[in-house]
Design a binder for this molecule. Structure first.
Ligand code: NAP
Length: 479
């Protein structure tokens, strides 16, 4: 059926139109979904608005119960959700399955946080007054999500919003609406009150986006996606001073010092660089290696990358799936061509795979590039593909300057066994998240988000629920 979901019901779009969803591994159409428009969005906003008062006053312990039931239901449906996700996104099944568990963890974490939205009392400066600060839900939320973690990015927004007492209208990415629909089936079965969770799938983000951004009943926009669209959203929200949280792109540096364990560092760089075929916002985009170990590190990395199996994510032995679409593939090709034309050298990969079975999908070979310099596109822009560019460096000072020479600041990674260096470098990296000998720092209980042009606000941690609350100060005269 693949309809829109609002006010507790599945409905067709007002236009009756549908759009195709493709499998990026084969280019085949795997489904059709309702194509929502402005009219549908208005209905969903009204449903969220109507649900707001009563959801805001639901007891925290009841919200806790619903969210933890949802976490369990997501895990019960793990295999099915992973299959749908892999078919529309392309990532290997084992990665999709991890994403489902990660999404469930957000429901568990925020089910617990729902009970901890504390205010405070402030000692009065006069005898006849009492001062109190409370936290209240911000109101109906518009959540706009990307395709690279189609299920987890919804969970990271919806779980804290609901925990704080805010209804949500979700607009998922055009390429991956099926995962969102399956997640909403879980929400429906979990028994969320009508209007608390609403879903608008669409092929034109502008029509739906305009309503969410400009309607005064929507009090907060939470967005994950490109910096370009994030900036647009912030500008559009400025008129109403609508609250925004923006989780945007990155240009993550990895710094491997000569005292690091090279074998371990290679394994960890491979795990983070090639996850989702290099299409994660925190995946390494520039790999800085200290000059005296750069040769050994690059060769070991190339040998490991050579063993990665590229293919349809649905096959159990696949390690690297396709890119999301033709545009994504073209960007990777352009970055590699630009780097090679300016003197970089491919140690492995560098092309689309020769395997005829993959010719209709958007595949690119896992690639290792050496002799990369600061003038190349690959150094300055998020590649979002399975390409590991290596830049040799001399000193700590030099590498910090290069690593920070980007407008982005989402994640950064340091590999070293020198404790002092680990502190010095992680404190000086201009990133919201730093992994020291840790390739996978993202967990629900810690804050996730970027500095500089990588965004505003945090998801996860105790900060995650704060994003959906307003602070109110109440003063009592008691004379
Ligand atoms: P995108 O093009 O910015 O799209 C993200 C979402 O915004 C999609 O749902 C898209 O809809 C929607 N959108 C596009 N134009 C819009 C408009 N005018 N008004 C309202 N909504 C609009 O980004 P993407 O290519 O899907 O995602 C990749 C980017 O996300 C990368 O830069 C990546 O680093 C970033 N990302 C960041 C994080 C993080 O936590 N910081 C996590 C994951 C990804 P359509 O799909 O219909 O175009």
């Amino acid at each position: 059926m693949n309809k829109l979901y609002m006010n507790g019901k599945w409905i067709e779009s007002a236009s009756g139109r549908r759009f195709d969803v493709l499998n990026p591994a084969s280019g085949e159409v795997i489904g059709q979904v309702a194509d929502g428009n402005a009219k549908d969005t208005q209905k969903a906003i009204q449903a969220a608005h109507d649900a707001c008062e009563s959801w805001a006053h639901t007891l925290p312990k009841d919200r806790t119960q619903l969210l933890s039931d949802t976490a369990r239901a997501i895990l019960v449906n793990r295999e099915h959700l992973a299959r749908v996700l892999t078919q529309e996104n392309g990532k290997p099944m084992h990665e999709a399955s991890s994403e489902i568990a990660y999404a469930a963890d957000f429901f568990t974490w925020f089910s617990e946080e729902a009970k901890r939205v504390y205010g405070r009392t402030v000692p009065s400066n006069v005898p006849d007054r009492r001062r109190m600060v409370i936290k209240q839900p911000v109101g109906p939320v518009g959540a706009i999500t990307p395709w690279n973690f189609p299920l987890a990015m919804i969970a990271r927004k919806v779980a804290p919003a609901l925990a704080a007492g805010c209804p949500v209208v979700v607009k998922p990415a055009e390429q991956t609406p099926l995962s969102a629909i399956e997640l909403f089936r879980v929400f429906h079965d979990s028994g969320f009150p009508r209007g608390t969770v609403n879903l608008i799938t669409c092929s034109d983000p502008v029509k739906v986006g305009n309503e969410l951004l400009h309607d005064e009943r929507i009090r907060k926009i939470t967005f994950t996606g490109s910096a370009e669209v994030g900036k647009f959203i912030m500008k559009e929200c400025a008129d109403q001073l609508k609250r925004v949280s923006l989780e945007l792109g990155g240009n993550a540096p990895v710094i491997v010092f000569n005292d690091a364990n090279i074998e371990k560092a290679v394994q960890k760089v491979v795990a983070s660089k090639f996850r989702c075929a290099g299409q994660t916002c925190i995946c390494p985009n520039r790999i800085f290696v200290q000059r005296d170990i750069a040769g050994t590190f690059s060769e070991t990395l190339a040998q490991t990358v050579k063993t990665l199996r590229v293919g349809d994510g649905i096959k159990s032995d696949t390690q690297i799936g396709p890119l999301i679409d033709k545009q994504g593939l073209e960007k990777v090709k352009t970055h590699v061509a630009d780097a090679v034309s300016r003197g970089a050298r491919c140690l492995i990969g560098g092309n689309t795979p020769a395997d005829q079975a993959l010719r209709n999908g958007f595949f690119f070979e896992p690639t290792v590039l050496v002799n990369v310099t600061t003038v190349m596109k690959i150094f300055n822009e998020e590649t979002f593909g399975p390409v590991a560019p290596i830049i040799a460096f001399g000193t700590e000072k030099e590498v910090l300057e290069m690593a920070n020479s980007t407008p982005y600041g989402l994640s950064g990674y340091v590999y070293t066994n020198d404790l002092g260096r680990a502190f010095r470098v992680s404190e000086r990296l201009e990133c919201g998240i730093v992994g020291v000998n840790d390739e996978r720092p993202s967990v629900p209980e810690c804050p996730f988000g970027g500095l500089k042009q990588s965004g505003i606000g945090r998801e996860g941690g105790s900060e995650g629920i704060e994003e959906f609350t307003e602070t109110k100060y109440i003063s009592f005269g008691i004379d």
